[in-house]
Design a protein around this ligand. Structure first.
Ligand code: AMP
Length: 379
């Protein structure tokens, strides 16, 4: 079976690597000459405005999927018109591209979020602040990821300065959630309607970028059940197929949806070694119409991102239980270049090695804060 993928970053690379053992052939559509997925799989080099190239790419595969959500909607629609199948659905991609549309959708289907308001002018900002209170987060509706395009408004005195930085873009103001922790749920639904839910993952961000994921997150079955019910609502409303990631805040024992990614996700990288079937393989199975694989965890995992620069591979690999993934990217500040996953029999036995790995990754503050890590273990 041939699977066409729009985009070709590290998520695509890991998807391609997961497809090989199943005999699935992945072909990527990518404008750039060199990219992580094109280093390991076949690529068609063309840009998203080349509609003829898109159409022939789509006609030449059994299903088209995507590995990043900023594929222009018009290009995705054109591919969908010419492909035998397109998944996850276009409507899901549209939701993923606009924070406001997405949060309205959450509201409509009964998924709790922080209070939010659209903001299109300075005049709209004042009533929006009255609705959310301060602190609040002002975010661009589109093109924001890894903390890009968002500023925290702590007090009234910040407002004019922050407005000048964001003016001219469609924005959304969200109430600041004083969360106890951030959790994500990686869920998958196949074109046959079969669903699976990985155990919850606990995530630690710094400067808006994911640094550390721990899975399974210590969580009650009630919390797991609530998160799954939210994903079920999204699946049903969108007639979804593929992997879906739901990023949430836990506050006062409640879950608030922050955002959804209609694709495989950084907080699910631990599943490569830490689950019976990885998110990448299950995404491929889901869109290809194959039975889904078990999502049972294999022990406990911690995933640490390498951002901006890479450590010596040998230093990482001396840590027992470590699995190293490098994406073949040129180092740049704030760029995700690779990750390592530590796997162990229990959370407690991960702690010492995780401290070493975090130090090597340059996450000294986290490494020197075993209490933070142990708190997450303790639940
Ligand atoms: P996002 O781009 O929306 O995923 O935000 C990146 C990170 O910023 C989140 O993972 C949180 O750590 C933080 N953040 C974003 N929105 C909020 C909010 N409303 N309340 C508290 N923290 C937030």
């Amino acid at each position: 079976m041939e699977i066409g993928v729009l985009g070709s970053g590290q998520l695509g690379r890991m998807m391609a690597l997961a497809g090989y053992p199943l005999g699935l052939r992945l072909r990527f559509f990518e404008c750039a000459a060199d990219s992580p997925a094109c280093q390991v799989a076949e690529c068609v080099h063309a840009c998203f405005d080349d509609l003829d190239a898109l159409a022939s790419f789509a006609r030449g595969v059994d299903v088209v999927t995507y590995e990043f959500e900023n594929v222009p909607l018009s290009a995705a629609r054109h591919a969908a018109e010419h492909a035998p199948r397109f998944a996850p659905p276009l409507r899901a991609l549209e939701m993923a591209q606009d924070r406001y549309i997405q949060k309205r959708f959450f509201q409509e289907i009964g998924v709790a979020t922080a209070v939010f308001c659209p903001v299109n002018s300075r005049a709209e900002l004042t009533p929006a602040i009255e609705a959310t209170g301060l602190p609040a987060v002002l975010k661009t509706r589109r093109w924001g990821y890894d903390g890009k395009g968002q500023v925290v408004l702590r007090e009234q005195a910040d407002v004019d300065r922050v407005w000048q930085a964001m003016e001219g873009l469609p924005l959304i103001l969200e109430k600041w959630v004083p969360f106890r922790r951030e959790l994500s749920l990686i869920a998958v639904r196949s074109v046959r309607g079969e669903t699976r839910f990985y155990p919850l993952t606990e995530n630690v961000h710094r400067e808006g970028i994911l640094r550390l994921s721990i899975a399974p997150a210590p969580a009650s079955s009630g919390l797991e059940g609530t998160a799954r019910a939210l994903a079920e609502k999204i699946f049903a409303a969108l007639d979804y197929a593929g992997v879906l990631t739901l990023e949430m805040f836990e506050a006062d024992g409640r879950l608030f949806a922050n955002e959804m990614a209609t694709r495989v996700h950084n907080s699910g990288h631990w599943t490569i070694e830490g689950a019976e079937t990885s998110q990448f393989e299950n995404h491929l199975r889901a869109v290809a119409g194959l039975p889904l694989g078990s999502v049972a965890p294999r022990g406990c995992s911690a995933m640490v991102n390498f951002i901006g620069s890479l450590p010596e591979s040998a230093a990482v690999l001396t840590i027992p239980g470590t699995h190293l993934h490098l994406y073949g990217k040129t180092p740049r500040p704030r760029r995700k270049l690779g990750h390592a996953t530590l796997r162990a029999a229990s959370h407690a036995s991960l702690t010492a090695s995780l401290g070493r790995l975090l130090k090597i990754a340059g996450e000294d503050t986290l490494a020197q804060n075993p209490a933070l890590i142990e708190t997450s273990w303790a639940g």
